[in-house]
Design a protein around this ligand. Structure first.
Ligand SMILES: Cc1ncc(COP(=O)(O)O)c(C=O)c1O
Length: 330
């Protein structure tokens, strides 16, 4: 069995009753406007956003693509979620990457040079897992920014605080959310954006008809009626994350960043390939981030307790052997 700890998925699947209910819906029909609007209303009520501001998308990914293809002049941090650079590169957009500091410090003044661009901010940030800006900093940035700012809250349910409530239909903040993480729906592809009134039309005309499929819409109806199920999953991920952080912080020579997401970034003393290979022997996949963060860097998702325990055992044994090996050499 492969243990996927490389894509920040939720390790738990939806309950069988959810699947049975969704499977019993009519698959031969298009996902019509009435169904789409029902989910929109559910999303609006759950997150406290006006219904007319909500645009449902095929994962947050589609929201990112729609926004980028509309504005075309974009900016985002480096590193940040790889999807930003992927869309910008794939569509040959005019993109500026704003380098973060060695410990993911935000270069506030340098950032303002891009203030006429559509800015993407992932909070919590992927890959560090940290919230790199707070409420007051976002408010200040909005005051000084000339274009729109996209607050990507894909992982916000795992964080201490969400800033979705800063959305204002008359303002310049766009908020992205995903059903992939806390709501266990990565395979169904559903996300949404809260969009200010002034730019709703250009985005709506670019959205493909029936962009969100019927199964995703029915599943969303099911989950939005039972948010306590997901709050339980989120609590379990947070608890596991804390336990992993404590154990990882004890390893000498291992750098670990304090995550507010469902994954942890770490950096070992040597190249990561050996650890990736060792974990693969146990069927565990993690994400090699050496090209993005630096030598020895990788990201691991918070999985089920038994998988995390296996990961930690392998990690500890690997670095213990590395360190004693190095002591023997020196
Ligand atoms: C910061 C960030 N935004 C957006 C996405 C895309 O999410 P979705 O599965 O909703 O397309 C991801 C996926 O991992 C992500 O890390």
């Amino acid at each position: 069995m492969v243990v996927r700890l490389h894509l920040n998925e939720n390790p738990w699947d939806l309950p069988p009753e959810a699947k049975a209910w969704v499977a019993a819906q009519r698959w031969h029909l298009y996902p019509d406007e009435a169904l789409y609007d029902l989910v929109r209303a559910g999303v609006a009520a759950y997150w406290g956003i006006p219904t007319e501001s909500v645009v449902l998308t095929n994962g947050a990914d589609e929201a990112i693509a729609l926004l980028m293809l509309w504005h075309r002049r974009v900016a985002f941090w480096r590193p940040a979620f790889s999807g930003y650079a992927g869309v910008a590169r794939g569509w040959e957009l005019d993109a500026v990457e704003i380098p973060l500091g060695p410990d993911f410090e935000v270069p506030w003044d340098a950032m303002l040079e891009a203030r006429d661009r559509l800015l993407f901010l992932d909070r919590p940030h992927n890959p560090s897992g940290m919230c790199l800006l707070g409420r007051a900093q976002l408010a200040d940035l909005l005051d000084r920014w000339q274009a729109w700012i996209v607050l990507d809250e894909t992982y916000a349910d795992f964080a201490r605080e969400s800033l979705t409530d800063m959305f204002d239909p008359e303002g310049r903040l766009i908020v992205l959310r995903s059903f992939s993480k806390s709501f266990c729906m990565a395979g169904l592809r559903l996300g949404f954006m809260a969009v200010p009134r002034s730019i709703l039309k250009p985005l709506e005309v670019r959205r493909l008809p029936f962009n969100v499929n019927r199964l995703a819409l029915y599943t969303a109806l099911w989950v939005l009626e039972r948010p306590e199920t997901f709050q339980t999953y989120v609590a379990a991920v947070r608890q596991e994350r804390q336990a992993m952080l404590v154990r990882m912080a004890r390893l000498p020579g291992l750098r670990v960043w304090p995550s507010e997401a469902n994954f942890i970034l770490f950096q070992g003393p040597r190249h990561i390939e050996g650890l990736v290979r060792r974990l693969a022997e146990y069927g565990i996949q993690i994400r090699n981030l050496e090209n993005v963060v630096g030598p020895g860097a990788a990201r691991v998702s918070v999985g089920r307790p038994e998988d995390n325990a296996q990961f930690l055992d392998v990690l500890e044994a690997y670095y213990a052997a590395e360190i004693s090996g190095r002591l023997a050499v020196s």
